[in-house]
Design a protein around this ligand. Structure first.
Ligand SMILES: *Cc1c(COP(=O)(O)O)cnc(C)c1O
Ligand SMILES: [Zn+2]
Length: 394
């Protein structure tokens, strides 16, 4: 068996610090009163990989395999995810002024969203630790990614998705042979069902941040951002926040890169962008709160942003405060308008979640919170092509 050189040592609870062995399957902290997120820890001191070595590596996120949790290379379940391009957004110079604005196009991942990163790692680890069946509550993209990686790994996937999800997401998971349950309600309702069924049947629950390795996959966005910006991080990163895995993952990556000595202490101002439909993080941030409350105003065309109460709300908010970041909540009409603007002028069909960032950028630029000369990165997390049922041309 060929080793990956993974420097993974153990898992650690982000709240109480309790340690867990990497040899066993884990979900969240087992302490009854804690149940916080578990975070993978690595022996960075022993690292011998250099930034220059990366040039010889594959053009996927597995180029950072030392800092990913999979031990044996043959357990890696890959469809070629990661190393998505960073593209300058040059067509709106009257709006961007002398800011340098870029987007990272995550729609080019397998199954057309950044969810591929998390589920590639989660399913690789699940395979490594002997999982046969997995279950997920999803707004769409996570279900598609779980179904695809499960198909390749020979794992049976069970998927709980809101009924009000565009058809492409439903067809996709069925095509990959997963079992699909359509639920009347939001992802929170799906979570209730999936949790119950997971316990009943002994399925492995890969819900956002209730499983430690999706975060490891998503953190590779942070490694790539650093590498693609030549180890000088942007001033501002805008992130469409549902459960917040990407935001937390990118932040974790920056911390790890500093431990490696590959970047300095400077951090981007991390900004959470939400839909008016579910803007609990935005409201909490405005009110200087350390946790969010359940908030669901119903349907949004940005399905991935309909997360009424993120499991890791405290972590998300802490990052916004620690990075001197910000939050913006966007109405569906503005998301749709932004999506059209990007399509018309940039020739790219963004997911509604990603398009919300373009509107948020304009708001933050207008208020001068984003200053002249700053470098800004928007994470277009997925493809608009799966959302056709939500969109109508004018
Ligand atoms: C899931 C999803 C999000 C939200 O991601 P989180 O990590 O849950 O915050 C944003 N955009 C798209 C396209 C998604 O599929
Ligand atoms: Zn704990």
């Amino acid at each position: 068996m060929s080793k990956t050189g993974s420097l993974l040592t153990h898992l650690e609870c982000v709240a109480c610090g309790k340690r867990y062995s990497k040899e066993e399957l884990h979900t969240v902290c087992q302490d009854e009163n804690c149940q916080a997120v578990l975070s993978a820890q690595y022996d960075f001191v022993s690292n011998t990989l250099t930034q220059g070595d990366l040039r010889q590596r594959s053009a996927t996120m597995w180029r950072y395999r030392e800092f990913l949790p999979v031990g044996d290379a043959e357990n890696i379940v890959t469809l070629g995810e990661g190393l998505t391009p960073v593209i300058p957004l040059t067509c709106f110079s009257e709006i961007t002024g002398c800011c340098r604005v870029f987007y990272k196009d995550e729609s080019l991942n397998p199954t057309c969203s950044f969810k591929a990163r998390g589920l590639s790692v989660a399913i690789s680890r699940a395979k490594e630790l002997g999982v046969r069946e997995a279950v997920i509550p999803t707004a769409g993209n996570a279900g598609g990614a779980l179904a695809a990686y499960s198909a390749k790994a020979g794992v049976k996937a069970h998927i709980y998705m809101p009924k009000q999800t565009p058809n492409a997401f439903k067809t996709e998971v069925r095509m990959f042979g997963a079992e699909l349950w359509e639920i009347d309600g939001s992802i929170s309702d799906c979570g209730q069902f999936s949790k119950r069924e997971a316990v009943k049947h002994g399925w492995f629950d890969v819900s956002t941040l209730k499983e430690p390795y999706r975060l490891e996959g998503k953190k590779t966005m942070g490694y790539e951002i650093a590498e693609q910006f030549d180890w000088e991080l942007p001033d501002v990163i805008l992130y469409p926040t549902g459960g917040g895995t990407g935001l937390i993952g990118i932040w974790k990556a920056f911390d790890e890169l500093e431990q490696l000595g590959w970047i300095g202490a400077k951090r981007p101002r991390m900004t959470a962008v939400q839909s008016d439909s579910c803007n609990g993080i935005h409201l909490a941030f405005r009110n200087n709160k350390s946790s969010s409350t359940f908030k669901d105003n119903g349907f949004t065309i940005a399905n991935g942003l309909r997360v009424p109460k993120p499991y890791a709300d405290k972590l998300i908010l802490k990052i916004l405060y620690d990075s001197r970041g910000n939050s913006v909540s966007v109405h569906d009409m503005d998301i749709l308008r932004a999506l059209r603007e990007i399509a018309l002028s940039a020739g790219s069909f963004w997911s509604p979640e990603g398009a919300a960032l373009w509107h948020a950028f304009k708001v933050l630029r207008q208020s001068e919170w984003i200053a002249d000369g700053e470098t800004v990165l928007l994470l277009n997390t997925g493809s608009g092509y799966k959302y056709l049922d939500n969109l109508f041309p004018t």
